[in-house]
Design a protein around this ligand. Structure first.
Ligand SMILES: Cc1cc2nc3c(=O)[nH]c(=O)nc-3n(C[C@H](O)[C@H](O)[C@H](O)COP(=O)(O)OP(=O)(O)OC[C@H]3O[C@@H](n4cnc5c(N)ncnc54)[C@H](O)[C@@H]3O)c2cc1C
Length: 408
């Protein structure tokens, strides 16, 4: 049933929303809180869906952000299986599949949806994208019946799914139209390291080629590429990026690959905020708008906006971070890797102990790291936040104390 309440309405039932309603209540936010979600599950963490959960090593309940009791005890009305379809800003109304929801304050946290490929056979039952628990379960089920899989895309979803399916002992082919793995990180050494790692694990890497058709008579049996190669596959997973879920929005919001917000997540319309994967926010550290499709971002922004909506302090003032895990190797990225001039590496990826420093001129703008302790991680974030500049490149590579090779 649609809500007539005039309190806080949260549209979207992902991590950002769950964090927001919790922080809102903790900061003293009162009145009605309604959360509507197109999902059929309470808000859950998505990272396990391409890792442990996909491999059958954890259950759906383990991924829940909060238990059902939490929402009940905090008087948060969660409306599942309900999609927002329209927005009338001046009337303060969100139109949803169950009717109209009035609001006093609105948080937009509808996340993002996976892109699909526009090639013959892309709509076959055995060709999956991965965003929800149901997607992950369906891939897991299909994997139990399959011997060969093709994974499309070498971003973090494609890389993680290829690793997990290979760990489930399928013969996996990874098709990527670019030239290297994890290209968005633009770290040649990492791409080389991953190429070797995936090779050792038996994943067939097909780079510089694209899917032309998902083929088969009754069900999928192969994937044909533009170069004319054919790879066996009873299962395919497409991980070729996501687009922000803004299709239900219009009417006065600034939308440009996401809902544009300032560093306090304000959209410009009174009492309307946006956070998480759907938002393009102003990052004061790098002095530009960014849309970040990662867990830590939804985690932080959700909590921060909850406090702000309740009338507390907040605003984006952290160094952005994200992580990925493939074949048991965890990488973390701190800062902004979009604009830099050179990468300097200390340590060795092969030894599981390395930091890649992304430098813009001599300013440290980002780091990619594996195998570092908490103190080192904290120091790296501090240096990025302080806009530190490198004073001695050789000493940086050699491994001298971080404080001594950077000036703040
Ligand atoms: C398989 C997978 C693995 C991942 N692994 C990692 C990782 O290892 N590291 C990392 O940093 N990040 C990872 N991520 C990314 C991370 O999970 C996302 O950044 C995070 O989930 C974003 O949270 P969100 O709340 O902004 O959006 P979402 O989690 O996308 O939630 C959006 C919610 O809005 C709902 N919704 C959408 N449209 C509507 C509508 N019109 N009306 C109502 N509800 C709607 C959706 O059903 C959903 O409940 C992964 C993502 C996936 C899919």
């Amino acid at each position: 049933m649609a809500s007539n309440g005039t309190g806080l309405l949260v549209v979207g039932g992902g991590l950002a929303s769950a964090r927001a309603v919790k922080a809102y209540r903790e900061a003293g936010g009162e009145g009605a809180v309604t959360l509507i979600s197109a999902d059929d599950f309470l808000p859950y963490h998505r990272p396990p869906l391409s890792k442990k959960f996909l491999r059958g090593e954890s259950e759906a309940e383990d991924a829940l952000v909060e238990s059902e009791a939490f929402y009940r005890e905090h008087d948060i009305d969660v409306v599942l299986g309900t999609r927002a379809t329209g927005f009338r800003a001046d009337e303060r109304v969100v139109v949803a599949t169950d009717g109209e929801h009035r609001f006093e304050k609105l948080l937009i946290a509808t996340g993002a949806s996976p892109n699909r490929l526009d090639v013959p056979g892309a709509d076959r039952d055995e060709v999956f994208t991965l965003r929800t628990i149901d997607n992950s379960k369906a891939i897991r089920d299909a994997a139990s019946e399959a011997r060969h899989a093709v994974v499309v895309g070498a971003g973090f979803i494609g890389m993680e799914v290829a690793a997990s399916l290979s760990q489930l002992e399928l013969e996996v082919t990874l098709v990527h139209r670019g030239k290297g793995l994890f290209e968005t990180l633009r770290a040649r050494q990492l791409a080389q390291f991953l190429t070797e790692l995936y090779g050792t694990k038996g994943v067939n890497l097909v780079l510089g080629d694209e899917v032309a058709e998902f083929a088969g008579r009754d069900s999928l049996d192969s994937v044909r590429t533009k170069r004319g190669e054919v790879y066996q596959a009873e299962l395919a997973v497409v991980g070729v990026g996501v687009r922000p879920n803004t299709d239900w929005l219009d009417g006065g919001l600034r939308i440009d690959d996401g809902v544009i917000v300032n560093e306090r997540y304000e959209t410009g319309l009174p009492d309307v905020w946006a956070v998480g994967d759907v938002a393009r926010f102003y990052d004061p550290l790098f002095e530009r708008y960014r849309r970040i499709e990662h867990w830590s971002n939804a985690n932080h922004q959700g909590t921060d906006v909850g406090k702000l909506i309740a009338g507390g302090d907040g605003g984006y003032d952290i160094v952005s971070t994200f992580f990925s895990e493939v074949f048991g190797v965890t990488f973390k990225v701190f800062g902004d890797i979009d604009e830099f001039d050179e990468i300097v590496i200390r340590g060795s990826l092969d030894d599981g102990d390395a930091i890649a420093f992304y430098l813009s001129g001599d300013r440290l703008v980002a780091c990619l790291l594996t195998g570092q302790d908490d103190d080192t991680e904290a120091k790296l974030k501090e240096l990025i936040a302080a806009r530190a500049t490198v004073s001695d490149l050789e000493a940086l590579v050699r491994g001298d104390d971080l404080e001594s090779v950077f000036a703040r």
